[in-house]
Design a protein around this ligand. Structure first.
Ligand code: LRH
Ligand code: MN
Ligand code: MN
Length: 411
């Protein structure tokens, strides 16, 4: 059924010179992985507010991730964090996810909680601790094999709080050694995504502080290593879409952790604070997808889109659905950019026309488009409403609340 709003939308896009078939094809191909930890109780360093319906075990997190996929049709994988999601039998875990229509996505080693990592994990001065950290990374490569995941997603909290605390240059080499060993253990079709963050929990220096350091590390390791951009991990004012374009040009952009921030690594719902930034990130990605260089287009088409959020005061499942919908909206808008118009304006060096060609796509209302593509796919046209009417909210409230900041494993 094509509703009136869609007919008007179609007409409008035709006038703007947009091929909607191509837009719908690309929109359908967008997969957004959700994080297991986003379904569990999570908070800030001040407080974790326990939410009654929060997932308490890895199986419950998979149930919730599967629900988000059912309502949106866009989230067929769930990222896991080890040891938060450590289980005895990964075959059973994979089967459990598959039965619910999803798969296990990126494997995230956790090297920031064990007491011995207080002064560093892969960059610790103590070789025995570095070895232990490397063993954990290798264990995660094995887990990836066991669950048939192709992505190892690395973030290190390693850093120092005071000048002189540790040898900064030496630590670069220590990290490189650990990562080289891990890289060597990966299957040829696996990717290592290297995430950076400029501070927190370390407050003086962080060993992998920015995209340049992650990029350099990925380059030294080889073609299976790429950079992961977490949208909340930059100093204020960083032009994220610029570094996205740069990394795409180097074929080194591997993935995203989407979330919103106002101040620091706030981990709020993606697209909630600065949707225009998200749109401009997608502008660079869609532009790269159209690049005549097949290697650049392939890099853009292979990006692993993931959400990385911490829901402290909001209900988890609808918060995740909202995030996915917000990402879809901004991607859909970026697909409505008339790139010929942009190029023409750029060639004429017409600054205002070029800016207008980009911004005018952001100003389109993509609701009819999203509704139409969901209807075509047999999905709820309004996933948020469908969730509210599904009774799932009441069902998850039945879970016995247990205040726990570190979610436990398979039970
Ligand atoms: C670090 C980070 C990283 C972790 C996740 C829990 O701030 O973004 O991706 O794995 O949060
Ligand atoms: Mn992250
Ligand atoms: Mn983060």
């Amino acid at each position: 059924m094509t509703d009136k709003a869609y007919t008007v939308f179609e007409e409008r896009q035709k006038e703007r010179g947009i091929d909607l078939q191509e837009v719908r094809r690309r929109l359908k191909a967008l997969e957004i992985e959700t994080p297991s930890w986003g379904y569990a109780d999570q908070g800030t360093r001040f407080r974790t507010f326990p939410y009654k319906g929060a997932a308490r075990t890895t199986l419950e997190k998979i149930d919730d991730a599967a629900a988000v996929h059912r309502f949106t049709g866009a989230c067929p994988a769930v990222a896991i964090h080890i040891p938060w999601d450590k289980v005895d039998d990964y075959g059973t875990l994979t089967g459990y996810a598959e039965e619910r229509g999803i798969r296990i996505g990126a494997i995230n080693p956790n090297l920031f909680q064990e007491p011995e990592y207080m002064l560093g994990s892969v960059t610790n001065t103590d070789a025995a601790i570095r070895r232990k950290a490397t063993e954990h990374l290798l264990e995660c490569v094995d887990i990836a094999r066991a669950v048939d995941s192709k992505v190892l997603s690395l973030w290190f909290s390693d850093g120092t709080n005071y000048p002189g605390q540790a040898p900064i240059r030496q630590r670069v080499n220590w990290m490189r050694e650990c990562l080289q060993t891990t890289y060597g253990a990966m299957a040829p079709d696996m990717r290592m995504l290297i995430e950076y963050k400029f501070y927190e929990p370390a407050f003086y220096h962080t060993d992998l502080a920015d995209w340049g350091m992650a990029f350099n590390m990925a380059n030294k390791l080889g073609p299976q290593a790429q950079v992961l951009v977490d949208t909340g991990h930059h100093p204020q004012g960083t032009n994220i879409e610029h570094l996205v374009a740069y990394l795409l040009n180097e074929r080194k952009l591997g993935g995203f952790h989407f979330n919103s921030r106002k101040y620091g690594d706030d981990d709020l719902i993606a697209g909630a604070i600065n949707p225009y930034e998200l749109f401009l990130i997608f502008y660079q990605i869609v532009d790269a997808m159209r690049d005549p260089d097949p290697a650049i287009a392939a890099t853009a088409n292979r990006i692993a889109y993931m959400i990385d959020q911490s829901h402290n005061i909001e209900e988890k499942i609808p918060a995740m659905i909202r995030s996915v919908l917000n990402v879809q909206v901004q991607y859909a808008k970026a697909l409505l950019i008339n790139f010929d118009e942009v190029r023409e304006a750029q060639e004429k060096q017409d600054v205002l026309a070029a800016e207008d060609a980009v911004r005018s796509a952001f100003e389109q209302d993509v609701t009819p488009l999203l509704r139409a593509f969901r209807e075509e796919d047999g999905l709820p046209v309004d996933p948020m409403r469908a969730y509210k009417e599904s009774g799932l909210h009441e069902k998850v409230l039945g879970r016995v609340s247990k205040q726990e900041t570190t979610p436990s494993g398979l039970k």
